[in-house]
Design a protein around this ligand. Sequence first.
Ligand SMILES: [Zn+2]
Length: 250
Amino acid sequence: MSRFAFILLAAVILEAAALAWQQTFFAGAVVFLFALVTGLGVALPQVRLFGNFICAGDRSKKRVALTFDDGPDPRSTPPLLELLRDRKIPATFFCIGRRVDENPGLAARIVREGHLVENHSYAHSNFTNFYPRARLRTELIRAQQAVEKAGGRAPKYFRPPVGLSNPNTFRAARDLNLEVIGWSIRSLDTVIAEPEKILARIRRGLAPGAIILLHDGNIPAEKLVATVKSLLDTLRGLGYEVVRLDELLK
Ligand SMILES: [Zn+2]
């Protein structure tokens, strides 16, 4: 039973009792709290309300995983790949299926250079979280096919666009044997302008097992490279090893 199923059951019982005893204030409070908790669960992967939203790896080892969302992008992916190759750093790319179809050579290069290419939906619509299970399933299948067509193995991990989830997210992912991945550190790199401020934010959340969310799409290449360079220096200075997500979750 997911946390959501448990909370839904508790809310229904409390609501029925409140209405039976004509406690309208209490009945209203139950509805309000249920809506609040559900809203938090939709927006925050760490609440893990609807299923096993994986947001960190083994906390006992000083290792972290870098994850890059929204690529591949012909402007930012090549310089990022060059930096990662120079530093011998493996990473995980949550790619948008449509962008993989548009840039198959780039997706193939990500795989060839030893990184993981995983599923971040096909179209990355802002309405993905409202899709019924069948449509979401189709969306995930199309992204799986795009990655395979570009030469990658079928993704094992799915990160929902914007990290929003509901019970269907986990049902559709389960249909395709995908694990649902969140993050423990959201860098806000597409929102914050200066790389130093992005880095300061990442440092505040840094801990063994961290999954760091960055972007390789919708971000200027120079800003991405500057941020990742400083981040890699910082991680090395603090004695952290950077591993791929599959390694972190072993
Ligand atoms: Zn995204």
